[in-house]
Design a protein around this ligand. Structure first.
Ligand SMILES: NC(=O)c1ccc[n+]([C@@H]2O[C@H](COP(=O)([O-])OP(=O)(O)OC[C@H]3O[C@@H](n4cnc5c(N)ncnc54)[C@H](OP(=O)(O)O)[C@@H]3O)[C@@H](O)[C@H]2O)c1
Length: 297
């Protein structure tokens, strides 16, 4: 089969499309014929060798966690899924013709493979950080970097829970944030004052890692009401850095329910063929994705 891999850490040019042995589903796993793979910032962070503690890598390595596809092999001890089912989930080396998944769910009706590949990691992260920041219905949550993959999910899940959201994003994404039910403003010079004009803030999420933790603590009045997924300096401000994934099966089950009820939609920002994975990484790394970029197989 074809898969995208890298034999050394580095820039997008270390990615190559290679011929590889077909992977096989071990106990508790399934294999899918991949139709689409989600492009998450973690993919290029791993490619650069940035976060090897959390994501140990043996070179040469495949790329990608999230995939949507058709089940074509079921491992020992796996029930409730059959060859031919359309599923989305998390695994390893997802930028490939075949990938092994360790967590999955049946795709909701009406979702394309391209769309489905954008959900797994994003929804797991959104549910986790909403839990960790402890925001309640009726309260107001500030989301810095609200228009990307994780932000898109956070805004919609918060709205569904009766939480008011103030979101920051670039000028081109203000209407997008409003369409997801948030009060919107731009980041950059003067942003704290613009947020204050939109309302008092009970809790805050830093999704962009743009050096705003001091401001978020000031706006909430309590470092315990701020969570970052993108700024490793968080502990210096007494802020929690969230980096340990919660239950992916639980997140997928909740995603399926929200999607089926029309409460959650992550748009596909752009699709790339497998051979253009490096371009997908360059674009993701630029830091301005609306929704999720996707590799199509
Ligand atoms: N720790 C974890 O468990 C975990 C899990 C998932 C993701 N992450 C990290 O979290 C970050 C976000 O992930 P993602 O998938 O949502 O990324 P993404 O889809 O690339 O979105 C990034 C967003 O940040 C916004 N942005 C760019 N510059 C900004 C600034 N100066 N201030 C505020 N917002 C800004 C962009 O908005 P505009 O396009 O409107 O400019 C864009 O929508 C990444 O760094 C990723 O590595 C961590």
């Amino acid at each position: 089969m074809k898969r995208v891999s890298f034999a050394e850490f580095g820039g997008p040019d270390v990615l190559h499309l290679e011929d590889a042995e077909d992977p096989h589903a071990g106990p508790g796993q399934i294999r899918v014929a991949v139709r689409a793979a989600g492009v998450n910032p973690v993919d290029w962070r791993v490619r650069e060798g940035q976060i090897l503690g959390a994501h140990p890598v043996t070179l040469p390595a495949g790329v990608g966690l999230d995939a949507a596809g058709v089940v074509d092999e079921v491992g020992a001890g796996v029930d409730g899924v059959e060859v031919g089912d359309r599923v989305f989930g998390e695994g390893a080396s997802a930028y490939a013709e075949f990938a092994v998944l360790s967590a999955w769910a049946r795709m909701p009706e009406g979702l394309t493979f391209e769309e489905a590949a954008g959900y797994p990691s994003v929804v797991e992260t959104a549910l986790r950080i909403l839990r960790e920041v402890g925001v309640r219905p009726g309260q107001t949550l500030l989301v810095s970097g609200a228009s990307g993959g994780v932000g898109s999910a956070v805004l919609q899940i918060a709205r569904e829970r009766g939480i008011t959201v103030i979101g920051t994003a670039g000028a081109a994404n203000q209407d997008y944030l409003r369409g997801l039910g948030a009060r919107a403003t731009t980041y950059g010079e003067g942003w704290v004052e613009r947020v204050r004009r939109l309302g008092d803030v009970d809790a805050a999420l830093d999704l962009a890692g743009s050096g705003v933790l001091r401001d978020l603590v000031e706006l909430t009045g309590d470092p315990g009401k701020v969570v970052s997924i993108a700024d490793l300096a968080a502990p210096e401000f007494g802020v929690r850095f969230s980096g340990v994934a919660g239950s992916v099966p639980d997140a997928l089950a909740e995603a399926v329910d929200l999607i089926a009820r029309g409460k959650l939609h992550i748009p596909v920002a752009k699709s790339y063929p497998l051979a253009e994975a490096a371009a997908a990484h360059i674009d993701s790394q630029a830091g301005h994705t609306r929704g999720r970029r996707v590799i199509v197989v």
